[in-house]
Design a protein around this ligand. Structure first.
Ligand code: SAM
Length: 339
């Protein structure tokens, strides 16, 4: 019997991870200095880029070459830079499909907090608690518009799945932790039968209101200002959406929120929860495990949960048939029905 030699252990992954902060920071600098926006008009030399952005040649050359290395830009033999299919689709800020919103906050809002991780791990206490109204409202009023495109596609896919027009009945959508209002807006856009009640903190509701106005949907929106556990949700709603809220609420408040939502839905109503999930054994996926650390840094009690955990809270609250809906979003979408 021959024994196979074990693959040699190398430090390569560690060398790679030492530079893990580089790609988002380079992307952020390029977005801030309008690199992708300027190139959207056509290929440009570095001199043309300097003239259009007002940036230094040394600075632009360094980040644009790195972006070529990362396949976000191309450069031809004549030295002209151009967009790739991916950057043209998702990094041009004037396009509705722009996904740079999350990146835009790296150096100002996200990384400065993460730099305190050593201390946070030692104490178990966050740098700032975005689940508390004062600091959270201030954080989210700047952030929610930037993350609108991230969830617009899955929100549209949810609307298609729920088929409001096919049912031909008035539908009342309760958009909880509405933020920009992306979930309610996509439901209302899909059918004239839909009316939306959007709930969020008083500091954030003006953003929801502005976005609904911008989409020409303000007449079909009602706004409720307040904390999720005390605000009046009304009753008899057809659908309730909870987009990226359970992770900052933690286990106890999430369970209470699901129970309250159950009470606000009519019989047969649907709850739709978008969340970063982890596997039941918490060994992956790594995105869900990372987001739990993000909640450690940014909230008192937040975390990420498995489909099985959220399903059990849904069933405790009186929902049946917890299921996943396939969508093109940053995180899975869980649906369940009020029995
Ligand atoms: C991550 S954002 C998600 C926004 C939107 N649902 C989306 O999917 O893009 C979380 C939202 O929940 C709101 N929020 C967080 N905790 C809240 C609470 N306890 N009461 C009311 N709103 C809250 C924030 O103001 C923010 O608008």
């Amino acid at each position: 019997m021959t024994t196979q030699a074990a693959a040699p252990v190398t430090p390569e992954r560690i060398f790679q991870f030492a530079w893990g902060y580089v790609p988002p920071l380079i992307l952020e600098a390029a977005i801030k200095h309008r690199v992708f926006d300027v190139l959207d008009a056509g290929p440009k030399t570095i001199a043309e880029m300097c003239a259009a952005t007002g940036c230094s040649e040394r600075g632009l050359t360094a980040i644009m070459n790195a972006l070529v290395g990362l396949d976000f830009l191309a450069r031809d033999e004549a030295g002209k830079y151009s967009l790739t299919a991916e950057s043209a689709a998702f990094l041009v800020s004037t396009k509705p499909s722009f996904q740079g919103g999350l990146i835009r906050h790296c150096s100002e809002h996200l990384i400065p907090r993460w730099l305190n991780l050593n201390e946070v791990v030692a104490t178990g206490l966050p740098v700032g608690a975005v689940n508390q109204e004062t600091s959270g409202s201030e954080f989210f009023e700047k952030f929610v518009t930037d993350i609108f495109p991230m969830s617009y596609m899955p929100a549209t896919e949810l609307a298609a799945h729920l088929d409001y027009n096919g049912k031909g009945q008035p539908a009342s959508v309760l958009d909880l932790a509405a933020g920009s209002g992306v979930w309610g807006i996509a439901q209302a856009q899909s059918s004239a039968h839909v009316r939306v009640t959007a709930v969020d903190w008083p500091g954030v509701i003006p953003i929801t209101r502005n976005t609904a106005t911008r989409f020409g949907l303000i007449d079909r929106f009602t706004f409720v200002e307040g904390d999720l556990l005390t605000a009046d949700f009304g009753s008899g709603h057809t659908v309730a959406t909870l987009g990226h809220i359970l992770h900052s609420e933690g286990v106890d408040r999430s369970k209470a929120l699901l129970q309250k939502t159950h009470g606000a839905l009519g019989p047969g109503g649907t709850i739709a929860i978008q969340e970063f999930l982890v596997n039941a054994d918490r060994r992956g996926p790594v995105g869900g495990l990372f987001f739990a650390v993000n909640m450690l840094v940014n909230t008192d009690v937040g975390g990420t949960y498995s489909f099985e955990e959220i399903s059990s809270w849904l069933s405790e609250a009186g929902f049946v048939n917890a299921r996943l809906l396939e969508t093109h979003g940053p995180s899975p979408l869980i649906l369940a029905t009020k029995a």
